[in-house]
Write a protein that binds this ligand. Structure first.
Ligand code: ATR
Length: 283
């Protein structure tokens, strides 16, 4: 990838997170910029929790045009933004900041990214019964997206049941049923499930999901994992070996990034080229 020289006119964007050194976003946005010819630099900003407010306020002072916000700052960014998109308000978290003269606009592109990654399968995932595993921060945008897609029912399984119940209360308008992450609970609901999404950090270190019996999932079911390192998690490999359609975490990462890029620059990048670059980087 050819790096364009940074000049006085180059627009600066970046990502605020802690840790941020493993983020693939700088590589991804550099690829989008090259593809579209946008004169921008996208840099990692390692910002610890206690420094977030100062860093947030400093963005405009430095002339930064926009930024992504990642763990652990998405909720604080939601609190601090001057205005919020509908998704950001309802999800309760912000992953994209647009910095404008009149104020900082908070957006959440994780939900749109998830929906676009599912749309890439060419299968109709909307309106199906879903099982979501994990009730942490990453589950919020997924639940919102499933609601927007008209999920008939969303079974939300979490190791700590109270967190699933708390999220069901937050999204009171959605048809969410909190359940314990146990074999018996999952066995009872798996027949008829059209979509399984892992939003937990299980799989990051090669762990599988012993409670989940994929033989009970309908053959038209879609199995999705938001973990993208490794790209082929044990869950996705097991699903593929059973002939099920799978969606990996890179799809969601790329599409949320493309949506942030579009909000900032007005240009819609294609994710295919960037996917290959990220794939090679992770290999
Ligand atoms: P994030 O913001 O990335 O979602 P988080 O808020 O810490 O991170 O949530 C991580 C999720 O992964 C939670 O649902 C967590 O379950 P608990 O609420 O019971 O902690 C889940 N998780 C993490 N490690 C897990 C494991 N080994 N088995 C099952 N669930 C796990």
């Amino acid at each position: 990838m050819q790096r364009r020289p940074i000049t006085g006119r180059t627009a600066v964007y970046g990502i605020l997170g802690h840790p941020v050194e493993h983020s693939l976003s700088p590589l991804m946005h550099a690829s989008f910029a090259e593809q579209t010819g946008v004169d921008m630099a996208y840099v990692p900003f390692p910002v610890a929790g206690a420094d977030f407010a100062a860093a947030f306020k400093g963005l405009r002072a430095l002339g930064v045009r926009g930024a992504n916000v990642t763990v652990p700052h998405k909720e604080r960014a939601h609190e601090m933004a001057d205005a919020l998109s509908l998704e950001a308000r309802e999800i309760g978290a912000v992953n994209t900041l647009q910095i404008r003269p009149e104020g900082v606009y908070g957006h959440n592109t994780d939900a749109a990214g998830f929906m676009a990654a599912l749309d890439d399968t060419g299968l109709d995932w909307r309106g199906r019964r879903a099982l979501v595993i994990g009730a942490g921060g990453a589950a919020r945008a997924i639940l919102w997206a499933l609601g927007a897609g008209g999920a008939e029912r969303i079974h939300l399984a979490n190791r700590t049941l109270a967190r699933a119940q708390e999220l069901a209360r937050h999204f009171a308008k959605l048809p969410i049923q909190p359940i314990a992450l146990e074999r018996a609970s999952l066995d009872a609901i798996l027949p008829g499930i059209g979509l399984v999404v892992n939003t937990s950090s299980r799989g990051l270190h090669g762990e599988d999901h012993p409670e989940l019996d994929l033989d009970k999932v309908d053959s038209s079911g879609i199995i999705c994992d938001i973990v993208y390192n490794p790209i082929d998690t044990p869950l996705l490999l097991a699903a593929q070996s059973k002939g099920l359609c799978t969606v990996d975490g890179l799809g969601m990462l790329l599409h949320q990034g493309a949506e942030s890029f579009r909000l900032w620059t007005g240009q819609q990048p294609s994710v295919a080229g960037a996917r290959e670059i990220l794939r090679q980087w992770l290999a």
